[in-house]
Design a protein around this ligand. Structure first.
Ligand SMILES: [Zn+2]
Ligand SMILES: [Zn+2]
Length: 307
């Protein structure tokens, strides 16, 4: 069974408070970690959750507003102090390298590990990470500065082997991989055994879309269509929709409308303005449009494989 989980480290916008932390999420896909955004104090939050910093090899920064990246320099420095030598991949919609270089210049130091920077475009969706199991692409968002969300998608899984049928038809071990890819089995006698006799249907593949700061933006709908879990910012309630449009943020209702039009399975909302002491109104407004909505509560883990 695949592990595919999202841990919410912070869900606050604007100024952080002792209990409300800036945006950051840790995505765990089969024990491979992806850190998404790195607001102030993210390294502390990771430590609170006993996450080993050195196990993070990929960090994604949606945009260069402080509430999404001000924790990065502290995190990079701690990785250095802990003796990291492994390369770190840092993906951003803008030139974050320049910010880190300035810090290192005045710090008159260097990191003992290399950083591989990837500057992503923020206009069109692009695939920028791929391994044998997953793909990650950008979701261009509509904000005051270049900003991208991220779509994590499991690749189609191989068909499962039907052990009884394999024994019965005496399929040799070296044929197993071909069967998983959907090929038929041809016996030495020339008899063909159809693939569906020897295998079972593949398990479903799941997907997670992270939509950081954005105004209501219907262009993302085809990109995030039918994802298993959508995180969408919901900075304001409807009463403050004028603030939302001025600052290029979304209301909870708008986030829910995107979820509904995209036919996603499950929505979580976050990035709340700290003018709201509780999230009741945000949640009920979103639910009035898209029932399957939850607050992206800090410290909560959402399973993408079973939303
Ligand atoms: Zn923000
Ligand atoms: Zn922003």
């Amino acid at each position: 069974m695949t592990k595919f989980e999202v841990l919410i480290l912070g869900n606050a916008s604007a100024a952080p408070t002792p209990n409300r932390h800036h945006t950051s999420q840790l995505i765990n896909i089969n024990e491979q970690y992806f850190l998404v955004d790195c607001g102030e104090g993210t390294q502390i939050r990771l430590r609170e959750h006993k996450i080993k910093l050195q196990r993070i090899h990929h960090i994604f920064i949606s945009h260069l507003h402080g509430d999404h990246y001000l924790g990065i320099i502290g995190l990079l420095q701690t990785m250095h102090l802990l003796g990291r030598v492994a390369e770190l991949n840092l993906y951003c919609s803008d030139n974050i390298k320049e910010i880190i270089d300035v810090h290192l210049k005045y710090n008159r130091g260097s990191l003992r590990y290399p950083i591989h920077y990837v500057e992503m475009g923020s206009k069109e969706t692009e695939l920028f990470f791929e391994d044998d199991k997953i793909e990650i692409s950008t979701i261009p968002l509509k904000h005051k500065i270049p900003c991208t969300g991220f779509l994590f998608k499991e690749k189609e899984k191989p068909r499962r082997i039907n052990s009884k049928a394999i024994l019965h038809h005496e399929v040799p071990k070296f044929k197993i991989n071909q069967l998983k890819q959907g090929e038929d089995f041809i016996k030495e006698t020339g008899e063909i055994v159809q693939n569906n006799v020897l295998t079972l249907p593949n398990l479903p593949s799941f997907s997670y879309a992270y939509c950081s700061d954005t105004a209501y933006h219907e262009k993302i709908i085809p990109i995030i269509k039918k994802v298993s879990l959508l995180y969408h910012e919901a900075t304001f309630v409807e009463e403050h929709s004028d603030r939302a449009s001025k600052t290029l943020h979304s209301t909870a209702k708008q986030a829910a409308l995107i979820a509904k039009k995209s036919e996603v399975k499950h929505l979580i909302i976050g990035h709340f303005s700290n003018r709201y002491s509780d999230f009741g109104e945000l949640l009920s407004e979103a639910k009035s449009v898209f029932e399957n909505t939850q607050i992206a509560e800090q410290n909560e883990t959402f399973k993408v494989s079973n939303p």
